[in-house]
Design a protein around this ligand. Structure first.
Ligand SMILES: C[S@@+](CC[C@H](N)C(=O)[O-])C[C@H]1O[C@@H](n2cnc3c(N)ncnc32)[C@H](O)[C@@H]1O
Length: 198
């Protein structure tokens, strides 16, 4: 994400990441003015009023303190700050959350992997995707933190519903059709981007 944004003049990007392997990868992009190793589930080492723009790209779903975290990001944003929240959405989030809770109970070890930064991130990610949002619940959570929603855009279709369909994303024709569908009907999309302001 920072690679995509790094050429916007006059902006210095700071990244927060827990896993050393991912931190290293972010460092190699040369896109960040600063990178901080921190666990967003327990701390946010950033000054209030520090940022003009905050990008939460596929991160809220890994945290069970997302409500508190968004409220903290509200304070970290300056007076005319903007936040971008990109996250998958599901039509049956409660069913998925319940299944996940049962799974975590059965595999108690998964929980340990999720917050052990020595583990491989790929292993950890499977264990730590803990919050499943619907279109409405993601928007409500951003609103609840105090933000005013400016725009909601839909991206991709079927990605979280049928895994095999992800392979189709390699084809231009498929990306074109689904981009249009998701764009016109964000509620049906598999991922949404919320743009909100203070
Ligand atoms: C799907 S990736 C998103 C990638 C990144 N935001 C980007 O734009 O390229 C999720 C990232 O969240 C990080 N992550 C997961 N749980 C975290 C936590 N508790 N604290 C900090 N980072 C975490 C993972 O290490 C991983 O790099």
């Amino acid at each position: 994400m920072a690679l995509f944004c790094k050429d916007i003049p006059g902006i210095a990007w700071f990244g927060v990441e827990l896993w050393p392997s991912e931190l290293k990868q972010a460092y190699r992009t040369c896109a960040y003015s600063g990178l901080v190793q921190a666990n967003l589930a327990s701390q946010l080492p950033l000054r209030h009023g520090l940022a003009d723009v905050i990008i939460l790209n596929e991160i809220l779903m890994y945290l069970d303190n997302s409500t508190e975290l968004l409220a903290e990001f509200y304070k970290i944003l300056g007076p005319s700050g903007i936040i971008f929240v990109y996250n998958p959405i599901y039509s049956t989030p409660n069913v998925l959350s319940t299944l996940k809770r049962i799974g975590r109970r059965i595999h108690r070890s998964s929980e340990a992997i999720a917050f052990d930064c020595k583990s491989d991130w790929r292993q950890a990610s499977r264990a730590s995707r803990i919050t499943f949002y619907s279109f409405d619940s993601l928007i409500s959570e951003v609103r609840y933190a105090g933000f005013e929603i400016v725009h909601v855009a839909g991206f991709r279709m079927f990605r979280n519903r049928i895994r095999a369909m992800r392979k189709l994303e390699d084809y231009d024709w498929y990306r074109k059709i689904t981009k249009q569908l998701a764009g016109n009907h964000p509620r049906w999309a598999s991922d949404i981007l919320i743009i909100a302001k203070k």
